[in-house]
Design a protein around this ligand. Sequence first.
Ligand SMILES: CC(C)(COP(=O)(O)OP(=O)(O)OC[C@H]1O[C@@H](n2cnc3c(N)ncnc32)[C@H](O)[C@@H]1OP(=O)(O)O)[C@@H](O)C(=O)NCCC(=O)NCCS
Length: 224
Amino acid sequence: MTEQTLFGVYGASGAGRGVLPVARDMLNDQINDAKARLVFIDDRPLATTVNDTPVLTYPQFLDSPETKKSVCIAIADSNVRQTLADRCLQDKLDFFPVKASNVVIMDAVDIGEGAILSPFVTLTSNIKIGQHFQANLYSYVEHDCVIGDFVTFAPGVRCNGNIVIEDHAYLGSGAVIRSGLPGQPLVIGKGAVVGMGAVVTKNIPAGVTVIGCPAKPMTPSREG
Ligand SMILES: CC(C)(COP(=O)(O)OP(=O)(O)OC[C@H]1O[C@@H](n2cnc3c(N)ncnc32)[C@H](O)[C@@H]1OP(=O)(O)O)[C@@H](O)C(=O)NCCC(=O)NCCS
């Protein structure tokens, strides 16, 4: 009997429900040939199936009979994503990338493990991206960008050329980032947050949230 691989999309909430159909499409032949099974993994499942796909808890996933298991972490919060990635590594699970069939990837693009590239994403040329990157619908990354680990793009992020984005940065829907220059990139610091619709024209320090056009730090009263 052919050995089956169990593929798990970690997270059955909004992000995961947007990722699973892309994974299903990618694994379609293996699933039809009974070489693969695809499930959600959720630590607090609200149901045993979501959108006709079984939902397993993490212990149930680990206990499933398949000897080969692979995970894609579909959680937008990058800190949670890192915690889950560490847990999976401890349990010697590996990660599979999810890439929509219409994603465009040009030349010399180096992407770390566990990436999610949603429909209509484009990555042009000479780009380096770290682990567990998430690029949601219609986002693009232009030439000569360097993106760290656990970076998250909401839908429609426009990341132009010569930009450095450090680990755990989050770019909200429709954010536009001005291009940097060769040897003088525009830098979005570690853990920075770019609000939806912001137009970023300058470097953003680590941990700072910016909004607006041109993007400015949120004032303390606005940060609640
Ligand atoms: C910037 C952001 C992180 C701030 O979140 P928050 O700290 O919870 O802020 P609040 O919602 O409490 O808003 C605080 C104030 O900032 C304003 N504000 C929030 N986000 C803003 C944005 N992107 N642009 C302009 N103003 C914004 C609010 O209107 C509010 O203004 P007020 O004080 O005059 O009422 C968030 O609004 C955001 O843009 N997140 C990205 C969302 C996204 O792209 N999701 C995609 C999911 S797939």
